[in-house]
Design a protein around this ligand. Structure first.
Ligand SMILES: Nc1ncnc2c1ncn2[C@@H]1O[C@H](COP(=O)(O)OP(=O)(O)OP(=O)(O)O)[C@@H](O)[C@H]1O
Length: 711
């Protein structure tokens, strides 16, 4: 694309120049929509006859489907065809004006590229270029392209109307901090109930992660609000674009911490034009692979115990087991246990044939442990038994025993031999393992009294159950992933990762999290090294320290809560100033009234408001107070699978990953938040959920975690 001749530089002011260009692009798009080949309309009866279509007709239908999809994409791109422009002169050639949009658009007549897809190699310039005297480079499939940038421009188009043009770099002019100005303009918006794409404002350090090599696992420590979840979703869209021939969306997965979070992020990929990527939780994935042979104990119950103000005594013992189940040593013990179980599988005494020669134990052992060694255990058993059956049949034939009664005898002998093999299923093996392991018990398993009811297990049982499942059945090729994203990975254990590695043999992982938010410490990791060391072939580690979500005041406030506990990376606020954090003392009896008052005030300024409580019990109480006052607020609990936005009452530990325009942390007193690392992290998570406004309410005495506010 070279439009240098179409618009002489600086002939008109930037807004007019872009308004003219936009008009021309929209006209071309309209013409393409009006004149392009229309897909044939088919009625439902025709669709029912799909089986009867000839190969040519099938091809026609596929082409029509593609045309339909292209028209739909074109029509939707007309609302915002592009968001940026970069004028780039590759060494030895003239200037190219590159307009960057969510999707590439070609002029249907000339075939010229009018808009470059944000994921295209040259589009990377738009994100990585930050002045540097105009020098710029990007990597294309043909190699590195070097050159000079003369203009970088942000363009806001809404519903086909040009709204704003901001130049962040103009050759020969004094550079201002205009990139930040544009980013701040975007960050200042109120958010609705869903996470959104950030293609127009991806920052250089985020761009690097999005475009990182797919073959090298990458671990990202990112502070609250640094864009981890958003970046991970953009990375999936990028990888699919870049490796369209090798990767399939259905074979890519993002593991999120809860079903509600999956709902919250569900619109980013469709906005980026990507469908079909699996978005799930580890538990949902594990239960599906285990064919729902077990159920989870109500996940809310464990969370309620974990975050109760006073934990029941049995909880401490349970947590010791949670920690143990997440350790690689335990996985290794499981492997030892399974190898032991395997050793005794071929029944002693060989296979006694009713006619002819029997099979010696040593022969069966050789088949099982040597010849079929590369197969999973149950496949090996199946193969050995099939071979024994064939041997029995051949021996019977060789001695002429083929009549009906001989056949019956033969079948009975095979059955008897089969029965001598121990039956093996993941659940009974797991139970035996828990009984065998010195530091574990079966206390996490619950067998409901009802006959035939499925066993209930806890989330920490699932990785080990999956490991047994893999050992017994292997990995079904349909469960293999081309790429795996683990969000909130600080709550994953090394055993989770090890088990998942079997489903992604290419080791193509993007692992993101924040150790400052590890409020499930027994279940997760303490240091990213634990994961990095699990990739002996190498692993990249990156830190994101800038927080884009919250105002300067909120980040400064939140950082101070964690400082006494020496976090590994402190969040750097982006300079977006907002209201001062409000810390207000209220009388205990007035606490509901105070919360309601602030909710109403904040509702005027925000589209999403959350009241964060310390426990789920408190969330119910505040929710009831809202209902009594006629306030339509949603109660978010562990079993919720959707997030509606508006006003929400949320236990603080369930708010992780979400964000709200305004947040009210209630009951920030010494009784609800102790001077402990865990409670500091809870409060930190709560405060960093706020984009624009944060209000802390407490009754006397204030928690020591923020007593500096009273100094
Ligand atoms: N480059 C960017 N441009 C505009 N907005 C951004 C950018 N990066 C992040 N954001 C915004 O910052 C907010 C936080 O993003 P996200 O939820 O992905 O962060 P996170 O690191 O996963 O946060 P947390 O760990 O606190 O849950 C979102 O509103 C997102 O749109």
């Amino acid at each position: 694309m070279n439009e240098a001749d179409a618009f002489p530089r600086a002939a008109v002011d930037p807004f007019e120049e872009e308004a003219l260009r936009l008009q021309r692009v929209l006209q071309t798009m309209e013409q393409a929509l009006a004149g392009g080949p229309k897909p044939p309309l088919r009625d439902e009866d025709e669709e029912d006859q799909d089986e009867a279509l000839t190969a040519d007709e099938v091809a026609d239908v596929a082409v029509a489907g593609l045309a339909r999809e292209r028209r739909r994409a074109l029509a939707s791109a007309m609302r915002e065809p592009y968001f940026g422009r970069i004028d780039f002169s590759p060494e030895g050639t003239g200037v190219e004006r590159l307009y960057i949009g969510k999707r590439g658009i070609d002029d249907p007549v000339s075939g010229d590229r009018m808009v470059l897809d944000w994921r295209a190699p040259a589009a990377s310039l738009f994100y990585s270029f930050a002045g540097q005297g105009g020098e710029a480079r990007y990597v294309s499939p043909e190699g590195e392209v070097r050159g000079k940038v003369s203009l970088k421009r942000n363009i806001v188009v809404r519903d086909g109307e040009l709204q704003r043009v901001v130049d962040s770099y103009v050759e020969g002019q004094q550079q201002t901090a205009a990139t930040d100005e544009f980013l701040l303009y975007r960050l200042g918006d109120a958010k609705d109930s869903r996470l959104r794409d950030i293609v127009a404002t991806i920052q250089a350090e985020q761009n690097e992660i999005i475009r990182a090599d797919r073959n090298l696992p990458i671990v990202i420590q990112g502070v609250a609000g640094s864009g981890k979840t958003t970046v991970a979703l953009h990375r999936l869209a990028y990888l699919l674009y870049q490796h369209a021939e090798r990767l399939r969306a259905e074979r890519m997965v993002i593991f999120a911490p809860s079903a509600m979070f999956v709902d919250y992020i569900s619109e980013v990929l469709p906005e980026l034009g990507v469908g079909g990527v699996q978005q799930t939780t580890f538990s949902a994935f594990a239960l599906r692979v285990l064919d729902h042979a077990v159920l989870l104990v109500d996940p809310g119950e464990r969370l309620r115990q974990r975050f109760a103000l006073r934990q029941p005594t049995e909880y401490t013992a349970a947590m010791r087991e949670v920690e143990c189940k997440g350790k690689l040593e335990t996985l290794r013990s499981l492997q030892v246990f399974l190898t032991e179980s395997e050793r005794s599988m071929p029944p002693a005494g060989g296979a006694l044939a009713p006619f002819g020669r029997s099979l010696e134990h040593a022969t069966v052992v050789r088949w099982f442990f040597e010849e079929y060694a590369s197969y999973p255990v149950l496949v090996r058993r199946q193969r050995v038994l099939a071979r024994v059956r064939r041997h029995f049949e051949m021996e019977a034939k060789a001695v002429g025993q083929t009549d009906r009664s001989s056949k019956r005898k033969l079948a009975a002998a095979i059955r008897q031999y089969e029965e001598r093999w121990p039956s093996m299923d993941p659940l009974s093996l797991y139970r035996q393992f828990l009984e065998w392991h010195p530091d574990l018990t079966t206390s996490s398993l619950r067998q409901p009294a009802k006959r035939g009811a499925r066993l209930h297990v806890q989330p920490e049982d699932l990785p080990l159950l999956l490991a047994i499942h893999q050992w017994l059945y292997g990995v079904d090729p349909r469960d293999r992933f081309d790429h795996v994203v683990i969000d909130e990975a600080q709550d994953f254990s090394p055993v989770h990762l090890e088990v998942l590695r079997a489903y992604c043999p290419s080791n193509s992982f993007t692992i993101l999290g924040d150790l400052s938010q590890s409020i499930h410490s027994e279940a997760g990791i303490r240091d990213w090294r634990e994961f990095i060391d699990q990739f002996p072939g190498g692993c990249r580690y990156v830190e994101l320290s800038v927080s884009y979500r919250s105002t300067f005041e909120i980040i400064e406030f939140a950082n101070r809560i964690l400082r006494p506990f020496a976090p590994s990376v402190e969040a750097k606020p982006i300079f977006r100033s907002g209201d001062k954090v409000m810390v207000e003392e209220v009388a205990w009896r007035d606490r509901f009234e105070a919360a309601l008052h602030h909710m109403l005030a904040m509702r005027e300024l925000s589209s999403t408001v959350a009241v964060l409580t310390r426990t789920e019990e408190d969330a119910h109480v505040y929710h009831n107070a809202c209902l009594e006052a006629g306030l339509d607020a949603h109660l978010l609990t562990a079993d919720r699978t959707d997030y509606e936005g508006g006003m929400s009452i949320v236990p603080i530990y369930l708010a992780k990953g979400l964000e709200f325009d305004s947040v009210i942390v209630v009951d920030a007193d010494a009784h609800h938040y102790h001077l402990s690392e865990r409670d500091a992290k809870l409060l930190y998570v709560g405060c960093t959920r706020a984009l624009h406004r944060l209000c802390i309410l407490h009754a006397d005495p204030i928690t020591r975690l923020i007593e500096w506010t009273k100094a």
